[in-house]
Design a protein around this ligand. Sequence first.
Ligand code: FHN
Length: 463
Amino acid sequence: MNNRLVNIIWPTGFISIIISIGCAAYAAGDVGGTTPKANNISPTERVAWFEEARFGMFLHWGLYSELAGCWDGKWMPQPGHGKSWYAEWIQMRLDVPDKEYQALVKSFNPVKFDADAWAGEAAGAGMRYLVLTAKHHDGFALWDSAVTNYDLGSTPCKRDLLGELAEACRRHGVKLGFYYSHWQDWKHPGGAQPPWPEKKQPTDGEFETYWQAICLPQVTELIDRYDPGMFWFDTWGKNASEHITTQRRDQLIRLVRTKSPRCLINGRICAHNPGNDVDYLSAGDNQFPEKNLGRPWQTPATMQHSWAWHARDFNWKSVDKMIGLLVHNTSLGGNYLLNVGPLPDGRFPAPAVRRLREIGGWMAANHEAIYDTEPVDLPRPKWGRLTQRIQKDGSRLLYAYVFDWPGEQRLLIKNISGNITAAAVLETGQPLVVKTDKDGFQFIELPEQAPDDRVSVIVLKIK
Ligand code: FHN
């Protein structure tokens, strides 16, 4: 667990608070459950960093990025213009002949890829982890894989991109995770095929061939070479159960646990039946639940419409909206995994960079109200959201995120257990006066003007 020094400015001055904040046999069917006995880290310890982090970066990048949503003069449609599609699905959605799509390996050459810039942008935005598509549904491996030629090793790029990223992430204090499409694989024999357009699915025997020849060895390679902190496997819908049986789910979990006891695994390894041995759940894409999911969880979310780079996708979300979504999930004990679709040359699109930096500005001032906070068991206030941090002495810091600055210039949080002993604007430490109304409820006197034109955070000390 990280130790972090957080400075909170109180009316009385500064108070520094230290917040504690040999390859497994692929057919390892003889081990009961999914957690090998040799592994002495508890599931709670393993997932602690993820729960503290709250904010991460998703990255969809691969051969499809070269096409940027367009094939043979045809553009993938956008929301409001017929059915809207994601650019990483272009091979299937625009029916690109396999041979022509796969020939993109000859031109994939991200000469401007700068791992430090990626990890630095993530850290600068206040993100604590980053998850890159090591292999998406098209089956292309973003590293030099020993079990396929459909990989980085067959491109003109002679660098170890994942290795560079792993090092940069370490330098910037950002955890590295890999998205790995273990179910859909449109290239390798036996991989599951898409439902849109509906294609013939492999038999169980054919899928097993793919599973043994590609999926399990590649997951092993990723762990052995890059030691990721988390895996992001992907399934959806009930039809995945045809291939991702609970036996295969458990076999893959066992493989990861045996090789890397600290590595996290997500519920979409088997979305229809994640079981109890996964570390965190994912809400639906761009779904922001109204309740805590009861286990560590996150929402994967786009910054535009598409996940991968689409040159005619102008649906950029505003910074205010994204900060609001981060705060919303945080207030419910969940994480926000915000996606960037890098350009084929390896740079981040300029609109994404600007947004990341603006979010980073807000996070620089308010991160204390995000990391390692927990939900508050009170009804959601009409003006915003709440989180809290319990202190060692039993007192609490309560963070009020004010989206809509109250016109009556008072912040009232009914039914708080305990007394508000101090209040301040988090960013500046500007003290605020605590008063009691005629019904005996404490409230905070607010200035006329919201201190932040995005989301103002007021911190209350409660004893
Ligand atoms: O089909 C994928 C999609 O391309 C993207 O990777 C998202 C991210 O959550 N997952 C799948 C759909 O749920």
